[in-house]
Ligand binder design. Structure first.
Ligand SMILES: [Zn+2]
Length: 334
């Protein structure tokens, strides 16, 4: 009883706070209540302990659905798409603009569909019938038809929208696009190492994906079957001496090595970081060191930067335009 109000609950905020304040089951605590904010525990009165207090175990399973949890230190999250505690928000997110952008499927309607029992999880959206919708308050013929059409229209969506819509912790639009570029729609078959090798992917993101896939593998499969997302089409490079070849770049060039790499990749070459028997070409600049020596030793074809450029311009009219554009600059040295 605090100032005439019976306090029944008090926030523990997150698990790190519980640990930091060493709050145990059975403890006497000091509570702060201010305004309408949920009261919080300020500190434990350790002198009042009698030894029967128990340490609060760190949860490993969701208290609502029993699913494995994503443990990120301070925050512990359930990623089960079908978990009762989060399914409504999962569906709202799935339908939102940055995901599948389903017109007419806003918060209120998702809540009504869920509380009526018509949609218990995401895949149920795709089997909604006119009859079901017409039984909902405020749904007439046209509105119901429009919603069913809008849901059906997301089939064949872009791959990245499919991944983004799943609501994987830390995986937004940019990361979804990277995953699609690397693995197509089968991002869930990628290994820890493969995902970690992607540009911009750190440990926390990888753990989140792996945990999400473990918990939701069947639901991902079901949604993929329904949505039939389309992976980006890789543009096939035209015929050129570097297509499908393994190339190593070493030494300093007239431009940053990354731009030489970008040219090679656009020609369909694979740019490797070390020279081996599988290397087809080594493009070298000034001060080329051990990689150059290794190439000589293995008999790999060596190309200077200008030899490399003349080979690319032979096969690429765009590069020869570039060459012409460069010429006036050279004339300064004449
Ligand atoms: Zn759960």
């Amino acid at each position: 009883d605090i100032e005439g109000v019976t306090v029944e609950r008090s926030t523990l905020h997150n698990f790190d706070e519980i640990t930091r304040k060493d709050i145990r089951i059975g403890d006497k605590v000091i509570i702060l209540r201010s305004g309408d904010v949920i009261p919080k525990i300020i500190k434990v009165i350790a002198s009042e302990r009698n030894g029967s207090e128990q340490i609060i175990p760190r949860p490993t399973q969701c208290p609502v659905c029993g699913s494995e949890l994503l443990d990120e230190g301070a925050l512990i999250k359930c990623q089960n798409m079908g978990c009762e505690a989060r399914v409504v928000n999962s569906i709202i997110y799935f339908a939102s603009k940055q995901c599948l952008n389903i017109d007419g499927l806003g918060d209120k309607i998702v809540e009504a569909l869920h509380s009526s029992g018509m949609v218990r999880e995401l895949s149920d959206l795709f089997s909604l019938t006119m009859e079901q919708l017409l039984s909902l308050e405020g749904f007439k013929e046209k509105k119901s038809r429009n919603l069913i059409d809008a849901i059906a229209a997301v089939k064949g969506c872009d791959c990245w929208r499919f991944i983004n819509a799943l609501g994987i912790e830390h995986i937004g639009e940019v990361a979804s696009k990277t995953l699609c570029g690397a693995f197509g729609t089968a991002f869930d078959t990628a290994s820890r190492e493969e995902i970690l090798a992607l540009e911009g992917f750190g440990g926390e993101m990888v753990e989140s994906i792996l945990e999400f896939v473990r918990v939701n593998s069947e639901k991902i499969e079901t949604l993929r079957e329904i949505l039939k997302p389309v992976a980006p089409v890789k543009i096939e490079a035209h015929e050129n001496p570097f297509k499908g070849k393994s190339v190593v770049i070493t030494g300093s060039m007239s431009v940053p090595r990354d731009s030489i790499k970008a040219i090679l990749e656009s020609l369909g070459a694979k740019v490797a970081s070390s020279v081996s028997k599988k290397t087809d070409y080594v493009v070298y600049g000034e001060d080329a060191g051990s990689k150059y020596d290794k190439a000589v030793e293995l008999g790999v074809t060596l190309l200077t930067e200008s030899e490399f450029r003349s080979l690319t311009s032979l096969s690429d009219s765009a590069s020869s335009t570039e060459r012409i554009r460069v010429e006036p600059k050279n004339s300064l040295f004449d």
